[in-house]
Design a protein around this ligand. Structure first.
Ligand SMILES: Nc1ncnc2c1ncn2[C@@H]1O[C@H](COP(=O)(O)OP(=O)(O)OP(=O)(O)O)[C@@H](O)[C@H]1O
Ligand SMILES: [Mg+2]
Length: 243
């Protein structure tokens, strides 16, 4: 089982959108038994996959250990793709991780699910918090969506420096440019600076996801955005195979 986190210190950069589409590619494109675990109290990924929780306090209780993951995990409408949905109780997650104060707590929870899944995709809340630290230390790969601008790239460097400075092990951070509009000079300059970073274009199909509540591969499989996510997923699989 491998854990792929979709993380950024910055908000609104395309994390949830990327988490849902990468999970779809894992489940449908690679036929992997896949779990999308939504760790953000905003619950955007849960909303898109139609998995809103009825009881609003269980996501936190599961991490605290009083509810079993199996009680919360639901099949999505997509074959091979299960969902561990978020709810507002996750707003207290930093405090919980701080109180538990065990850096392996999330790792242990993930391990307890490793029999049932080949790939677990984590949709992370923004920020550089106790929760993010747990995620960054326990994932195998961290996908970092970056909107092309010097400020966004700086946020990525800050996270990298923070992780390196602690001297502890962490997953490789793999940046991906998102919401790219090649007509904008600042985006063109970003792509020229980092020609090897994968690119997700600005896409009306991706905007439609929150209305249709489906991954882009389900309703617009040949759109440039769906193809871009498929390429990125193949790159992730290749990297995991070489680990
Ligand atoms: N490449 C794209 N092109 C167009 N719209 C996009 C693209 N990626 C994401 N969006 C839209 O931008 C908005 C923000 O995306 P998303 O929710 O994935 O960001 P986020 O990083 O998860 O935000 P938050 O930090 O609030 O969790 C959403 O409305 C989403 O549909
Ligand atoms: Mg999000």
């Amino acid at each position: 089982m491998s854990v792929i986190a979709v993380y950024s210190m910055k908000g609104g950069v395309g994390k949830s959108c990327s988490a849902v589409n990468l999970a779809w590619n894992s489940a449908v494109g690679s036929s992997r038994r896949t779990l999308l675990w939504d760790l953000d109290p905003q619950g955007a990924a849960s909303f898109i996959l139609r998995g809103d929780q009825r009881e609003r306090d269980r996501a936190h209780a599961m991490i605290a250990g009083t509810v079993k993951p199996a009680k919360l995990i639901k099949h999505s409408e997509i074959e091979n793709l299960d969902l561990l949905a978020a709810d507002v109780s996750l707003r207290g997650l930093d405090r919980l991780f701080f109180q538990i104060s065990k850096k392996r707590h999330l790792g242990k929870l993930l391990k307890s699910m490793s029999q049932d899944y080949d790939r677990i995709i984590l949709d992370c809340p923004p920020g550089l918090t106790e929760t993010s630290e747990q995620i960054l230390r326990n994932a195998d790969i961290v996908i970092v969506p970056v909107i092309p601008s010097p400020l966004s790239e700086r946020a990525l460097t800050d996270v990298q420096t923070f992780l390196d400075s602690s001297g502890k092990k962490h997953a490789p951070l793999l940046p991906v440019y998102t919401m790219v509009d090649q007509r904008r000079s600042i985006h063109k300059q970003g792509l020229a600076r980092r020609p090897k970073w994968p690119v997700i274009p600005m896409s009306s199909a991706l905007e439609q996801m929150t209305k249709l509540r489906q991954p882009v591969g389900s309703f617009a499989p040949s759109s440039p955005a769906a193809r871009a996510y498929a390429r990125i997923w193949r790159g992730i699989e290749k990297r995991l195979a070489n680990k």
